[in-house]
Design a protein around this ligand. Sequence first.
Ligand code: SAM
Length: 217
Amino acid sequence: PPLYKQRYQFIKDLVSKHKPKKVADLGCADCTLLWMLKFCNCIEVLAGLDISENVMKEKIQRSLTVTLHHGSVAYKDPCMLGFDLITCIELIEHLEAAELERFPEVVFGFMAPAMIVISTPNSEFNPLLPGVTRFRHPDHKFEWDRAQFQSWALEVANRYDYTVEFTGLGVPPFRTGDIGFCTQIGVFMRKYPKNSESVKCEDHTEHAYKTVSIPCF
Ligand code: SAM
């Protein structure tokens, strides 16, 4: 299957394994991943966030709460508190330097779910992709090699008390040498439970996102 489907399947497998009840997808675009996850019976609450309102479509049914929010991962909003799993699939490379700078504090510091999955292109694989000169997509602000992604991820994990494991999808052809996967993935686990005290304070944070679609039952 194509790589984007493998990325969604990777998340579905992780959900089957860890059974999170509340899952949010940041940079959810047209909600394809949310759509797939609605079939996972363990999930009670699903949310999506994207900076582009047009791409989000309301196409979810079933007795499950799905809420879509319009806003940026550079801002904190209390609607993203209390999630068990937060996915950021091919999102970070679309962030401007200032947004990327704020991202760890928003996602790891504030949202602070038990598990976070971040995927991004591995630039070492680019020479194998036909037609790719600088970046894989004109909207990418950067593409990192394994060392760059891993040092960023380890630093963030350390700062916010998470562990991180690296994996990926899309294996290079036989005898290409050590270039890593086409898509690189970091799976972050929070080391300690979040104490209820800090969650309480955050209840007072102002809303930064606009809710664009409300639960359908
Ligand atoms: N996660 C989806 C997937 O894997 O199919 C879509 C990935 S798409 C390449 C990146 C998405 O991130 C776009 O829909 C874009 O609008 C969104 N995005 C870019 N900057 C953002 C930001 N600051 N906050 C939230 N979403 C953002």
